[in-house]
Design a protein around this ligand. Structure first.
Ligand SMILES: Cc1cc2nc3c(=O)[nH]c(=O)nc-3n(C[C@H](O)[C@H](O)[C@H](O)COP(=O)(O)OP(=O)(O)OC[C@H]3O[C@@H](n4cnc5c(N)ncnc54)[C@H](O)[C@@H]3O)c2cc1C
Length: 288
């Protein structure tokens, strides 16, 4: 049972599933530091209404008086993790979130956006490529796919970060690496003493794996420069751009296709994305 005391005054709770504009209170039940500027937050909803989402979707987190920030869902309902987010402290809202303690309250709208297609790829080998905090949205998908492990072929998880201290979810990467048919390869741009993984950008890990491009689906999440070079390397290895799937992090405000801040060609990142295949991004002129 949660130990916090719920203090929100709202009495007549409207079902947020019926109103996409509605924020609902969410109480922080657990905080874990992932690295020097990223924290993992677990939440509970005092209204006790269900919160249903899919891997790849995001929420708008608001802190009164400061504003909102779109944040990807990192948990997976498939494994019953409730709602978990991981946030890098970069500005107004995210810094304020990092100041909060367990038991404090934020407001959450969503879930919004489309999601990673994966149920239709049963039988395929899966290649996850993550850079830095790109592992945050992919973690949701990885755990969902691992829940149905027998339905998929071989799994590779390639993860790159700037230095060993920047890696997030290192304990989970280790856990995943011990699973049958799952290969986890780590790389850093610059190593420190004791580092046993690869040194170099994430695409240098491609040389260490053998995959059949015709039977593989690749999911990429990371900084734009990583996405760009990983996509080129995947095409060189014969991957079809429609089998390479990524998420786009555009500046956005409303999250529901009203404000136009996140226009991507004739689409909106918030409602048509944030998940796009490279084939789609090419038609939008946004593949770089
Ligand atoms: C769909 C989506 C999912 C996201 N998921 C996550 C996540 O899981 N974890 C996470 O830590 N972050 C995530 N982000 C990024 C996050 O939304 C921004 O870092 C956040 O909005 C910053 O808000 P702030 O008020 O703290 O910063 P602000 O005070 O608004 O800005 C601080 C600085 O960061 C810049 N900035 C703000 N937002 C962005 C942006 N989207 N792209 C580039 N520069 C920006 C500003 O220009 C400014 O220089 C996601 C963004 C999107 C669109």
């Amino acid at each position: 049972m949660p130990t916090y005391e719920y203090k929100t005054k709202a009495k007549n709770v409207i079902d947020p599933a019926k109103n996409e504009y509605l924020s609902r209170p969410a109480v922080i039940t657990k905080i874990k530091k992932l690295n020097s500027d990223v924290k993992h937050f677990s939440f509970e909803f005092p209204d006790q209404l269900p919160f249903i989402y899919k891997p790849g979707q995001f929420v708008q987190v608001s802190i009164f008086g400061l504003g909102e920030a779109p944040i990807s869902i990192t948990s997976s309902l498939e494994v019953g993790q409730g709602l978990e987010l991981a946030v890098r402290s970069v500005g107004k809202v995210t810094k304020a979130l990092h100041e909060l303690k367990e038991g404090d309250e934020v407001f959450i709208r969503g879930p919004y956006g489309n999601f990673f297609p994966y149920q239709e790829y049963k039988g395929k080998d899966i290649l996850f490529i993550a850079g830095g905090i790109g592992l945050i949205p992919l973690r949701s998908l990885i755990n969902s796919i691992l829940k149905q492990r027998q339905d998929y072929g071989k799994l590779w998880i390639l993860y790159g970060s700037k230095c060993p201290a920047d890696c997030v979810y290192i304990d989970e990467l280790e856990k995943w690496s011990k699973l049958d048919g799952v290969e986890v390869l780590l790389t850093v741009d610059s190593a420190t003493e004791g580092w046993k993984g690869n040194v170099g950008v994430v695409t240098t890990l491609f040389e260490k794996i053998e995959f059949n491009a015709e039977n593989t689906i690749a999911y990429l999440c990371g900084p734009p420069i990583m996405i760009k070079f990983a996509n080129v390397a995947l095409e060189e290895r014969g991957m079809d751009p429609s089998d390479v799937i990524t998420t786009m992090e555009m500046h956005m405000k409303c999250g529901i296709g009203k404000c136009g801040h996140c226009a991507l060609g004739h689409k909106y990142c918030c409602t048509d994305g944030p998940v796009f295949s490279f084939a789609e991004l090419k038609t939008l002129g946004a593949e770089e």
